[in-house]
Design a protein around this ligand. Structure first.
Ligand SMILES: C[S@@+](CC[C@H](N)C(=O)[O-])C[C@H]1O[C@@H](n2cnc3c(N)ncnc32)[C@H](O)[C@@H]1O
Length: 189
């Protein structure tokens, strides 16, 4: 069976290398932050965002326990404000939408009113040839609607600049799926 998590990391690795700048737009417990941090290495930079202070504590502990290079900045702010904190163009970004698994804080799920502006901001932050992954959890109502609205929005983008694609299991509509959003290498900065 296809492992969608492994698959989206594969796509990120196609776009991200040592020395690059990357953003984890939904830090949570820091699993994606660790992956990005190790991929860009000591000469790269990773910014990670979450609105829950506990996520920063948990991520810091996870990064330290797993020997991440000291290349990360953890920011307690909503991801739609990322442009206020990240001034460089980025090679890759990851959104893992929804709520923190096993936290019991389902109300702190990502929401359409900030998710859509955050994805739009992230696209404008991409350098030519850069890419974003947005993982969707349609098993809960807000996740389903986030996916539908993002799909409509992504379909409006210029095909000469942005290539948005979707990876989902067709006979399991409630299973997580993801969007891959690639910026053309021929695009102007
Ligand atoms: C599914 S979890 C992310 C899992 C994480 N990537 C990991 O590797 O552990 C989603 C996270 O998004 C965070 N979140 C919710 N709304 C947010 C927002 N507006 N800006 C940034 N993070 C947000 C939640 O607090 C939660 O920790």
């Amino acid at each position: 069976m296809v492992d969608l998590t492994g698959l989206h990391k594969h796509f990120i690795l196609e776009h991200l290398k040592e020395g690059d700048v990357a953003v984890d737009f939904t830090m949570g417990n820091g699993n994606d932050t660790l992956f990005l941090s190790k991929t860009v290495g000591e000469t790269g930079k990773v910014y990670a965002f979450d609105i829950q202070p506990e996520a920063l504590d948990s991520t810091r502990a996870h990064l330290e326990a797993n020997g991440a290079p000291e290349n990360y900045t953890l920011i307690c702010a909503s991801h739609h404000l990322a442009g206020e904190y990240v001034k460089e163009k980025i090679a890759a970004g990851m959104f893992n939408l929804g709520y923190l698994p096993r936290s019991g804080r389902k109300a702190l799920t990502t929401k359409r009113e900030t998710t859509l502006p955050a994805v739009a901001a992230a696209i404008s932050m991409l350098k030519p040839g850069g890419a974003l992954i947005v993982a969707i959890y349609p098993g809960h109502e807000e996740g389903k609607l986030e996916g539908e609205e993002l799909s409509e929005y992504l379909a409006t983008l210029s095909k000469y600049e942005i290539c948005p694609s979707q990876f989902k299991i067709l006979n399991s509509p409630d299973s997580p799926y993801f969007f891959l959003i690639e910026k053309s290498p021929k695009c102007k900065d």
